[in-house]
Ligand binder design. Structure first.
Ligand SMILES: [Zn+2]
Length: 184
């Protein structure tokens, strides 16, 4: 069974209950799908992690990553704002489900997670996407998202272009604001 938890403000991005039922039939375990506003990224990371990695989100660059999966309890946490669309969030949900499925297949997990993650995995898009496990998760999402009304290709590079465009728009607004102040 899949339980969908949608924090206030995330509703436009959250997959429908019909989609959640299909996902539940495709997964090997019970899990929670949690959707959060991006503004709560550090808070949610710190509430779901203990130990040395707990400060990773606070130290990361803004928009370093889009979500994560935890094994115990089996949960997926996904963050939304205007850099995502309903279609991209459905794709991302499938991507994270693929990560979680590896925990149900110890032999595959041994192979895909054999090499340690480099520091740059968390910060660098190319290093992140180069890992075989990421390529597996991208393939699963590309293959299955179209069957659920989304589409392929909503990977990190697609998202990074949206994040950069948002940054540019904010910078232009800031410059325009400053120019307005100067001219007054
Ligand atoms: Zn991933």
């Amino acid at each position: 069974m899949i339980v969908v938890l949608a924090a206030p403000g995330t509703e436009p991005w959250v997959p429908s209950s019909a989609v959640a039922m299909v996902l539940a039939a495709w997964t090997c375990r019970d899990l929670r799908l949690c959707y959060w506003p991006r503004a709560r990224f550090v808070e949610v990371w710190e509430s779901t992690h203990v130990g040395p990695g707990r400060d990773l989100a606070a130290k990361a660059k803004p928009y370093a990553w889009r979500g994560w999966a935890t094994r115990e309890p089996a949960s997926i946490h996904i963050f939304v704002d205007e850099t995502e669309t309903a279609a991209s969030i459905l794709w991302l949900t499938l991507h994270e489900l693929a990560h979680l499925e590896l925990a149900c297949a110890p032999l595959l997990e041994q192979a895909y997670r054999g090499e340690p993650k480099s520091e740059s995995y968390w910060q660098d898009d190319a290093a992140h996407e180069a890992r075989p496990e990421e390529q597996l998760a991208n393939f699963v999402a590309d293959e299955l998202a179209p069957r659920l009304g989304s589409g392929p290709g909503y990977h990190r590079l697609w998202w990074r272009a949206r994040v950069n465009a948002k940054g540019t728009a904010e910078e232009l607004r800031s410059i325009a604001g400053r120019a307005g102040l100067v001219s007054q």
